[in-house]
Design a protein around this ligand. Structure first.
Ligand code: NDP
Ligand code: HSE
Length: 427
């Protein structure tokens, strides 16, 4: 096997970037003997040159000018691990325009500018690979683009955010308050630089858009994805779900409904018998349903330096091999699709309502559900006085009809506050 030396320019040396350099260093000789490729990180761009970077090879050029890394003729391939839309977009564009393959873990960038960047990579005949952008260390993108290329995929449902899954697991298993669990997730390197992206559901929504592009060839961007997060989920909601034999999970749902595609992110109560409900900690899992394959599930660490670096390294080896073989793997042209309008889906719901604890209140609240033709599966009262909560699980109802009932409930004088409203899914 002939040997070829590929020089890598790395943009970003944070949680993932530094893990990538360490992983590559430890695997260098194995990669060389398996592929004939000598992979060397020659240049690294960071924002703060004064930060201590213990262990970094002194021969690597460190700069705070990422464009110089792209322009440098001694850089063959670019790995973007800075995150954020700008300047990442301009740097990735500049690298592709110089016919340099790009590997990125940046879901925000791809969910906003993916269509344009994939087209540019295609025009330049170079790779733009992004395994690490969805579900961290799980090789989901490769499975969708290669193994399932001919599969009539019907539905993909996944836990694709490690931070929120970690928070929900800590709340459920250890009774940890939400804010403390979020701080832990940040310390462990799971969260985005602004963790609002995680807890609001936006990070998972970016991943849902990318999954829709890859699995359905759909021209879907972050703006098209309806998303809800976990900021309003309380310890009481998690405890109720647990008593009801369920776990609360933040789900990305990408699903065909006739000619329409549903692309949404929302928290849901999942019965313990559902395989996704046992996915804890920073693990992610993605459930794929196809007409031929039936069901399959991919499981692994969805966040963290090393698991994500593993996905980045796989892409780097792929792109480096393609570069030395003068080939690349393009994305298909993305097609316009009709998205399922909000409000039309049916689901059972968990509804928590803070009420005044007085005679007749339950009947008044129940009457609103009855008049809206919403049938109740179970009801529980928690607490007393001004802290009384009524917790309902409804039978299936259209989202728009439930919203109408909720607005009526919020106008009742006996209702202090509407609490959490969460979908309840079947096993
Ligand atoms: P970090 O915040 O830990 O690291 C970002 C790195 O980029 C830092 O080295 C920073 O420099 C550098 N940087 C930021 N802005 C600039 C700039 N303008 N010019 C030069 N360098 C810059 O992020 P992560 O490693 O956590 O994430 C990187 C990417 O990977 C993101 O797109 C993220 O969404 C994605 N990702 C992250 C995962 C995770 O678990 N953390 C998992 C999957 C994907 P400095 O060191 O000086 O601050
Ligand atoms: N912040 C992201 C998460 C990183 O928690 O899943 C992985 O994409």
């Amino acid at each position: 096997m002939g040997e070829s030396r590929i020089r890598i320019g790395l943009l970003g040396y944070g949680t993932v970037g530094s893990a990538f350099v360490d992983l590559l260093e430890s695997q260098k000789s194995t990669i060389l003997s398996r592929t004939g490729l000598e992979l060397v990180v020659t240049h690294i761009a960071v924002s703060d040159l004064n930060k201590d970077r213990p262990g970094l090879d002194t021969q690597t050029v460190l700069t705070d000018k990422p464009s110089e890394v792209i322009e440098n003729n001694e850089v063959d391939l670019v790995v973007e691990l800075m995150g954020g839309l700008l300047p990442a977009r301009d740097l990735v564009k500049a690298a592709l325009e110089k016919n340099k393959p790009v590997i990125t873990a940046n879901k925000e960038l791809l969910s906003k500018e993916g269509k344009y960047l994939f087209m540019l990579a295609g025009e330049r005949n170079v790779d733009l690979l992004f395994e690490a952008a969805v579900a961290g260390g799980i090789p989901l993108i490769r499975v969708l683009r290669e193994s399932l290329l001919g599969e009539p995929v019907e539905k993909i449902m996944g836990i694709v955010n490690g931070t929120t899954n970690y928070i929900l697991s800590q709340m459920e298993e250890n009774g940890m308050p939400y804010s403390e669990a979020l701080l832990e997730a940040q310390k462990l390197g799971y969260a985005e630089s602004d963790p609002t992206a995680d807890v609001s559901g936006q990070d998972a929504a970016s991943k849902a858009a990318i999954i829709a592009m890859v699995a359905f060839g759909a021209d879907v961007s972050l703006d098209d994805v309806l998303f809800e997060g976990i900021q309003n989920i309380s310890s009481a909601d998690v405890a109720f779900a647990s008593r009801a034999g369920c776990a609360i999970k933040l789900l990305a749902m990408i699903s065909k409904h006739g000619h329409e595609l549903e692309v949404q992110v929302y928290p849901a109560l999942l019965p313990n018998s559902h395989p996704l409900s046992s996915v804890r900690d920073s693990f992610n899992a993605v459930f794929v349903e196809g007409t031929a394959v039936d069901s399959l599930m991919l499981f692994g660490r969805g966040a963290g330096g090393m698991p994500t670096a593993s996905a980045v390294l796989g892409d780097v080896i792929d792109a480096a091999l393609n570069l030395s073989n003068k080939t690349y793997r393009g994305m298909e042209d993305l097609k316009e699709v009709s998205l399922l309008p909000s409000g039309e889906q049916k689901s059972a719901y968990y509804v928590s309502v803070q009420v005044v604890d007085e005679p007749g209140v339950l009947a008044t609240v129940a009457l609103v559900f009855a008049k809206s033709d919403i049938s109740i599966q179970t009801m529980e009262q928690e607490g007393m006085g001004r802290e009384a909560h009524l917790v309902f699980i409804t039978h299936e109802v259209e989202e728009s009809r439930l919203e109408d009932a909720l607005s009526q409930l919020s106008n009742l004088s006996c209702v202090e506050k509407l609490g959490t409203v969460i979908r309840v899914l079947e096993a």
